[in-house]
Ligand binder design. Structure first.
Ligand code: EPZ
Length: 461
């Protein structure tokens, strides 16, 4: 339930529609310092984890991207009371009145990450009714690892073409072996295990920084969790978990996009909050291209000074700490203008090279064989009308547009706003020419934002 307070200021948050587009003009060498917002892929699962508690939690550094708004809507549909201060990146979530365990198809189809409430709902209610998530353009994205392991923990799961019902009077602690270190399956089982009596062990778990941020939150709630090499997480169940306060980790994927924006325009950039030690392989590849990378004390803060003629490099994507699949497309945009031939192999998702044909429209020389792309650097890219097919592809096309001759018009920008919170403004502040044009029939979501002076002043961190 969204609480409406009389003396409120209504804050409109636009949701982009098909008529919207981003126009990108050739941009000068970007220069400057940029603040990072919190990680989308950490905050989504952390919001879901609040269902494990009964009370008011406060999250800071929360991005106002559309996926976050969608997760807020999901939580409200279950009965949570929510205050969101997008300008302050502050989110207050009260889960004491959560009474529902059904997630509608309408919500599920908008965002696959909705599946991440399954573990918490099973732990809280012993029930979870979830519309089947279905695939997306980057792959079939089955959830068999999630379901198989909930069944191993004792859940009875009925699957129909478009709906899942899960029931568990009591979940049982188990030794869970993941055949692939799936981020979502690790997170879902981990959350369910926190309130399951006994010790659950997850072997070959995902250890992405976003998973570790979730573990940090669960520990703050009172969970007993240890992480040991190689990638083994042990959870000793507890009776109850408490609401928390937490600042979401900076978004390494936003950091990667900004570093590449400086690299592709031949500029220089400083990201004071960036956590270099969560981006090692990516930074290594930027250095191999010839860009100068300076890392701050304890790995906090990254400066990139671009080289004029970057070299081609090759990489394959892999689970953390390998090269992140979510930076594959943006990196490919930069490699389109590098000296020589780069080979990029996408191993995490089976259909995540759709941005290639859009980059080819801009004059890129790329050949694809199965999940490998062979990119032969060219001297110039040319502006064109291109279509974003997923979140990270949208970033690649905006970066390419900044380095291209002539104008680029990108449609499908709901992907951009799903994954990024005002990244276009940060790029413009660095000197880029990137403009969002909102189409006529854009929907608007109204958030009750108490008048901070009168009701609840937003705390300054
Ligand atoms: C998370 O997706 C991220 N999303 C993705 O980011 C990211 O690309 C991905 O992890 C890999 O890092 C969020 O955190 C919300 P997986 P997730 O389970 O959890 C297969 C972005 O752009 N698999 O690690 O769905 C799956 O099909 C998004 O921000 C199964 O086969 O990823 C894929 O090929 C895109 N069965 C591989 O494992 C399962 O039950 C990795 O998927 C689960 C996964």
């Amino acid at each position: 339930m969204l609480r409406i307070i009389k003396k409120q200021k209504k804050l409109k948050v636009k949701i982009m529609s098909q008529n919207s587009y981003i126009a990108v003009e050739p941009s000068p060498a970007l220069q400057g310092t940029v603040e990072l917002v919190g990680a989308k892929n950490a905050v989504l699962v952390i919001i879901a984890s609040l269902l494990l508690t009964k009370g008011k939690s406060r999250l800071t550094n929360v991005p106002a991207s559309d996926d976050v708004l969608q997760m807020i809507k999901l939580m409200q549909s279950l009965g949570a009371e929510i205050f969101f201060y997008p300008n302050e990146h502050l989110l207050e979530v009260d889960t004491s009145q959560v009474t529902k365990w059904q997630v509608s198809a309408d919500i599920m189809k908008k965002m696959r990450a909705s599946i991440l409430v399954m573990g918490p709902l099973l732990a809280r209610f012993g029930k979870a009714d979830i519309a089947a998530p279905g695939g997306c353009v980057i792959g079939t994205r089955p959830i068999d690892y999630h379901l198989k392991n909930f069944k191993k923990m004792g859940a009875l799961i009925e699957e129909s073409a478009d709906y899942l019902t899960a029931r568990a009077d009591l979940l049982h602690a188990q030794r869970i072996v993941l055949e692939y270190p799936s981020v979502g399956a690790t997170e879902n089982v981990l959350m369910a295990a926190t309130l399951t009596h006994g010790v659950t062990t997850i072997v070959n778990a995902a250890i992405e920084p976003e998973v570790l941020d979730l573990i940090m939150v669960l520990r703050k709630m009172g969970a007993k969790i240890t992480v040991e090499a190689p990638a083994t997480i042990s959870i000793e169940g507890v009776i109850s978990l408490q609401p928390i306060e937490h600042a979401i980790i900076p978004d390494r994927l936003e950091a990667g996009a900004l570093l590449l924006a400086a690299a592709i325009t031949g500029g220089s950039i400083y990201l004071p909050q960036a956590q270099a030690y969560s981006m090692d392989v990516f930074l290594l590849k930027l250095e191999e291209m010839g860009h100068e990378i300076i890392v701050g004390p304890q790995g906090i803060g990254i400066t990139l000074k671009a080289i004029k003629e970057p070299r081609a490099v090759s990489f394959k994507t892999a689970p953390y700490p390998g090269f992140p699949t979510d930076l594959q497309a943006p990196m490919m945009a930069a490699l389109c203008l590098a000296q020589g031939t780069s080979i990029v192999e996408e191993t995490v998702f089976e259909n995540r090279l759709l941005h290639v044909r859009e980059l080819q429209k801009m004059g890129a020389q790329i050949k694809v064989e199965h999940n490998k792309a062979f990119i032969t650097g060219v001297d110039k890219l040319y502006g064109a009308s291109v279509i974003a097919t997923d979140i990270r592809a949208s970033c690649a096309l905006v970066l390419a547009g900044m380095a291209a001759e002539g104008s680029t018009v990108m449609t499908g920008i709901h992907h951009w706003t799903r994954g990024y919170d005002g990244l276009e403004n940060k790029l413009m502040a660095l000197g880029a020419h990137v403009t969002v044009y909102a189409g006529q029939d854009d929907a608007a979501v109204v958030f009750a934002q108490p008048d901070t002076l009168n009701i609840a002043p937003a705390p300054r961190n």
